[in-house]
Write a protein that binds this ligand. Structure first.
Ligand SMILES: [Zn+2]
Ligand SMILES: [Zn+2]
Ligand SMILES: [Zn+2]
Length: 145
């Protein structure tokens, strides 16, 4: 899987204002209420100010790595633009499973804003936002609305 250390940090930064002071100082995991004694957990920022417990880090890194794997496939595959190929399907399913494990909400299409239902095809839509890359999704077929 791809190294997502830097990307992982960027996904936390937009949510900084929602973190409690303990989380912002690295004393508590940024994703759960677990306290992290010095030496435990994974540093997200090089100054060690944002930290995660090992289980959260693994789950979140997996969400991102599976997203990027799916995205990388989609931009190089000649078949996926016509509807996901077998490999594209596998990568999409893998990413969905990782999201579920991380307790993420259902996918939402950034174009029509509707939830992408489990039976519908989605495709990753990665773009540069003001505070870093935005990992979003689109309906793979034209939106209904
Ligand atoms: Zn945690
Ligand atoms: Zn494909
Ligand atoms: Zn849509």
């Amino acid at each position: 899987m791809r190294d997502v250390t830097e990307a992982l940090l960027l996904t936390v930064v937009p949510a900084l204002s929602t973190l409690c002071p303990e989380q912002r100082s690295g004393a508590v995991c940024v994703w759960c209420p677990r306290a992290l004694p010095p030496g435990e957990g994974v540093d997200l920022s090089s100054d060690g100010r944002l930290r995660a417990c090992a289980p959260c880090h693994m789950v979140q890194a997996r969400v991102l790595a599976t997203y990027l794997g799916w995205y990388d496939h989609g931009i190089t595959c000649l078949r996926c633009p016509l509807g996901p190929c077998d490999r594209g399907q596998v990568l999409a399913t893998r990413h969905q499973a990782a999201r579920e494990q991380a307790g993420k909400p259902p996918l939402r299409c950034v174009h029509c804003r509707a939830i992408i239902e489990p039976g519908e095809q989605a495709r990753p839509h990665l773009w540069q936002g003001l505070s870093g890359p935005v990992y979003s999704y689109l309906h793979a077929r034209p939106c209904l609305r």
